[in-house]
Design a protein around this ligand. Structure first.
Ligand SMILES: *[C@@H]1O[C@H](CO)[C@@H](O)[C@H](O)[C@H]1NC(C)=O
Ligand SMILES: *[C@@H]1O[C@H](CO)[C@@H](O)[C@H](O)[C@H]1NC(C)=O
Length: 242
């Protein structure tokens, strides 16, 4: 069996970018969840306030050195303060809350950058369906499964060849990034074909076992060549109409 690469998640949480002396930490949040913005920096000896902002322009809260928060009007009721160390919880995130969140210490002489988070809010991904379009078991002793993974706005095809219950992925399309930024992929794990639809915070899957379609005796789907040619013709016709 060919080794298969299982890329369930492409989380780049460890990719840190240096920016102006602070480190911009990427964070992905599921829509509706809360976000903890922690202060990971030493405060200057003398400062008047800690300001949290989005994109350096939208004011969230100004926290006095005593720890007393003054929440700006648009965020009334959405912020909580879990400790006395200038950290902030923003509640119920929506896609529009995505942006760069930064904290600065305001001193008489300068605004000192402290912490930055690059926050991306993502919705849950839609369900994925797995369709076995065709089973070719007439060719020698191998059994070929033609599989489509389909979501509401994208699809991806692949072919799996099984000989004596040993299956391998014979080809097909590379993982596809859908219009909503999610990734759609199809792969084999042991004898299970898996469709995986995922973004950085959420995933849906659909499964089929190859044994179900390629049993050693008789295949329950012995379609043969004629319908296969018809399907190919249909696919070509469909392609020409796109
Ligand atoms: C921050 O900037 C990004 C990129 O310019 C923008 O997409 C996002 O809506 C902004 N966020 C807020 C809360 O204004
Ligand atoms: C797949 O097979 C390997 C070894 O053959 C086994 O260790 C592993 O648990 C199996 N994985 C699943 C998900 O069945």
């Amino acid at each position: 069996m060919r080794p298969c690469v299982v890329l369930l998640f492409v989380v780049s949480l460890l990719t840190l970018c240096e920016a102006q002396g602070t480190i911009e930490t990427p964070v992905f949040v599921l829509k509706g969840r809360d976000l903890l913005l922690e202060l990971h920096a030493d405060l200057p000896e003398k400062f008047s306030f800690v300001d949290w902002k989005i994109n350096k322009t939208v004011d969230l809260v100004r926290i006095e050195s005593s720890g007393e928060p003054n929440v700006f009007k648009d965020f009334t009721g959405r912020l909580e303060f879990p400790d006395k160390h200038f950290s902030v919880i923003l509640k119920n995130l929506q896609e529009a809350d995505s942006g760069v969140y930064s904290a600065e210490a305001v001193t008489p002489t300068e605004d000192k950058p402290l912490t930055e988070y690059k926050v991306t809010v993502q919705g849950p991904v839609s369900p994925v369906k797995q369709i076995v379009d065709r089973v070719d078991s007439s060719i020698s002793e191998s059994c070929d499964l033609h599989v489509t993974c389909r979501t509401h706005n994208s699809h991806i095809n692949s072919t799996f060849r099984c000989v004596d219950q040993n299956c391998s992925q014979e080809g097909g399309e590379r993982p596809e990034v859908t219009t909503s930024g999610a990734s759609l992929q199809v792969y084999l794990l042991n004898s299970t074909i898996i469709c995986n639809h995922s973004n950085q915070v959420n995933w849906t899957q659909a499964f089929n076992t190859t044994e179900h379609f390629c049993s050693s005796n008789a295949s329950p789907f012995h379609y043969g060549w004629v319908p296969a040619i018809c399907t190919v013709t249909l696919v070509i016709t469909a392609a020409l109409h796109v």
